[in-house]
Design a protein around this ligand. Structure first.
Ligand code: PLP
Length: 488
């Protein structure tokens, strides 16, 4: 490498850390650092530049999270292979340089090999602390092997760690006795459906958001042929007046108040209270899917419904799918003070047992106890904030395709004038190697609801994400240019 890798300008208004990140990123993008090159050790770079070593560590961590560097335990940190393609996709490259008429080949489109999956629900695991992960599983493997099933509500140690986690992260004052370990949200919903069915003594009625989470709807319907009643959502989330008007009164409603899925509204505190009032007055349960509460980018997170509930009607459902990975299949239900619901759930679990293997529960408890989950959320949050900025830069300002849903969570919605047009964009993108979801998949009423695309931005490294987003923009603009803009 000729000349210094980095020059820090102390008169520059931007913070040292940001200058370090930007300088290294530039070095990689303009080819001074090539894929596979080792970068200087944090100690030597810190000495060379006269900055704190912690600043260099933080900069390397950020660049590793963005996909520019590869950090391996016990080996020098190196420039990641993907970054070799990145110069063609350096920030600032004009959108027009991707020709909409001649779609690039799949791998070129995504800036790497094969398809790039931008469907929502895929977090990044790049920042996972491998050492903490391995040590948690080693610990779990050392536990004396019981000759029995795990307790019906889950291992005590994990329930206790989850209760602590929720107290700190969400202000939910719950005890380990309130926590039921589940194999993710899907299992929590199935469990609640069975319990509600037993309590209703027949087919319970469950109201759901429209548009809303399709898997939860299907699980509800599959478990005991529940009738799901769609309730419209507005910019904030569920329309409580519409919910109140439903007859007969539903046995439960399932909501995503932290970040309405998929449109992105956040239910204001007054509406949360109105929802709880309705539940208390009607004897219904509010199933609060707290998905996305960990990743709030604009505004402060609002209190969970479960922390506002005084009448024992709010059931909090959470998952480690986005916080860590959906591969784990780990989540939880926090039960309200409601003996009927507890008994019904206990009866289901007595027969069906806790579906999460005891060894996985032990490992998860260790990950929580050592602070690895908390640290991972903090690190991932920084990466995601950066990728969100990238998405805003690449997809804002498209005439006829407004961008929304970005105040929290890890996905965005691109509105489009019609379902047919959205379907054409999705198909075109698939042919180009970029997978996105049509917004119509979320509709709870066949053929109704807003049109557009839902795209997750969490998992691909920056360089690949930027390349893919340009392909998305080109496809959207191409399809929009083929017809007059008429919103239906
Ligand atoms: C709204 C919503 N809630 C919860 C989840 C997590 O589901 P699970 O825990 O079953 O992986 C998802 C995953 O995509 C989701 O979209």
């Amino acid at each position: 490498m000729d000349g210094p890798l980095l020059v820090i300008d102390r008169d520059d208004a931007s913070p040292l850390g940001a200058q370090l990140v930007e300088g290294l990123r530039r070095g990689i993008l303009d080819g001074r650092l090539q894929a596979g090159d080792p970068v200087p050790s944090t100690r030597s770079l810190a000495t060379e530049l006269g900055v704190a070593r912690s600043s260099v560590v933080a900069a390397y961590e950020q660049l590793a999270g963005e996909g520019y560097l590869e950090v391996r335990q016990g080996a020098p940190t190196r420039v990641a292979p993907l970054a070799a393609h990145a110069s063609a996709m350096a920030p600032g490259r004009s959108v027009e340089s991707v020709a909409p008429e001649s779609a690039p080949a799949p791998s070129a489109a995504a800036g790497g090999d094969g398809e790039l999956d931008l469907r929502p629900g895929r977090p990044s695991t790049a920042r996972l602390d491998e050492r903490a992960w391995r040590s948690a599983w080693r610990h779990a493997a050392r536990v004396a092997v019981p000759g029995d099933t795990a307790p019906p509500f889950g291992e005590r140690r994990l329930r206790s760690e989850i209760a602590d986690h929720l107290r700190h992260a969400r202000g939910v004052a719950c005890s380990p006795d309130d926590v039921v370990v589940t194999a993710g949200t899907s299992d929590a919903v199935a469990l609640l459906a069975s319990a509600l069915r037993a309590m209703a003594g027949g087919t319970p009625v469950v109201a759901v958001e429209h548009p809303g989470y399709p898997s939860a709807r299907r699980v509800l319907e599959r478990r005991g042929a529940l009738l799901t009643v769609p309730v419209p959502v507005d910019a904030d989330g569920i329309d409580v007046a519409a919910l109140r008007a439903i007859r007969p009164t539903p046995d439960a409603v399932m909501v995503t108040p932290s970040h309405q899925y998929p449109l992105g509204g956040r239910l204001p505190v007054a509406t949360r209270l109105a929802l709880l009032e309705w539940a208390e007055a009607s004897g219904a349960f509010v199933i609060e899917d707290d998905y996305d509460s960990e990743f709030r980018h604009v505004g402060t997170p609002l209190p969970a419904l479960a922390s506002l509930d005084r009448a024992g009607r709010a059931v909090l459902v959470g998952s480690f799918s986005k916080v860590l990975t959906p591969w784990l299949r780990l989540g939880y239900v926090v039960l309200p003070a409601n003996a009927g619901l507890r008994d019904a759930i206990a009866a289901v679990r007595e027969d069906e047992t806790c579906p999460v293997p005891g060894i996985a529960q032990e490992a998860m408890a260790s990950l929580l106890a050592t602070g690895a989950v908390r640290r991972h959320i903090a690190a991932a949050r920084r990466d995601y904030a950066h990728r969100r900025e990238l998405l805003l830069a690449e997809l804002s300002g498209m005439d006829g395709a407004p961008l929304s849903g970005l105040d929290g969570g890890l996905h965005a919605v691109v509105g489009l004038p019609s379902r047919a047009l959205a379907a054409r964009v999705v198909a075109r993108l698939a042919a180009e190697g970029v997978l996105v979801s049509p917004l119509s998949d979320y509709s709870a009423i066949a053929g109704e609801g807003p049109s557009g695309l839902v795209l997750g931005y969490a998992s691909p490294p920056d360089a690949r994400l930027a390349g893919a987003l340009r392909v998305v923009r080109a496809a959207v603009e191409h399809e929009l240019s083929r017809r007059p803009h008429r919103w239906v």
